[in-house]
Design a protein around this ligand. Sequence first.
Ligand SMILES: [Zn+2]
Length: 335
Amino acid sequence: MLGRLGEKALEGDVAHAYELSGPRSIGKRTVAIRFAQTLLCTSEPLGAGGCGHCLACRKIDHYTHPDVRLVTRLVDVERETDRKFIAIEQIREMQQDLALRPLEGRWRVVIIDDAAELSEHAEVALLKTLEEPPPHAVLLLLTPTPSQLLETVRSRLVPLPLRLVPTTEIAEGLGRRFGAEARAFAPAAAGRPGVAFALAADDATSKARRALETEFYHLVASRMTDRFAWAVDLAESERDAQKRSKMLEARFAEWAELVRDAAVASSGAERALRPTRARESAALARSVSARDLVDLALSLERWRRDVTETTVNARMLLELLVLRVPYAAGVAEAA
Ligand SMILES: [Zn+2]
């Protein structure tokens, strides 16, 4: 997706300002992020688009890298006047930041999305930076409507028009990122990779959630020996401590909601967080007292906090968990 831009950046051929244009959802933001990762990735050897795994790449993905700033309109800004626009204050703040040397990498990257939403004053203020950019500055102006930018601004940007992408190419990208099944989302995107990736990501999220739900109901319906085997397998399935914590956190968060639903169901209330699991919640509520369910929900919530805030022994925690989870054979049938 980054193509020649990425290759050139690796060779040190980096301009101070680019104009990324193209229809909505074509992937302008993704290209901007990948470009920032190309510039700031800390893995060796460097590759176009960055490695996606190092701390720098991950921070950029989450918009927490101190050398990458996203400037976008604040729709909730109080004052009516600048509501629909990127305000001049936002550009001034960006400029103060941009004048400083990078904190972690060689560059400071500013992504302005959508550049056509700059207020008139903001755009004029931005011109100053484009005329005399700090040596470490890279600005990426994203917009579906580049013709709305001032000619004086546009003349200082390297144009990078993004075009509709062939479906086969989108399918390949989806396959690499989400696995072969996700290729099916390519045709619906009609040439816009951004649409396809959003669809595939939503699908991946809901599949992962369903899998965790099913895992819990199976656990509830399992005997102790199977439960302990499950705890050991899970604890040993991930060597990386951080990923292991994430894995536990995801389960505790999901399961606290399932148990909460069962507790609420047993008291006759009907506001389920997971309406699709109403049958399982009812089955669980029939076998376990509301009080035990509440206790378990609270424990799950506490363990979730523990794994995010401290280093825990995963196996020990999972073994405690299987002792606490009530036994209810009927629930797995409902699941
Ligand atoms: Zn990286």
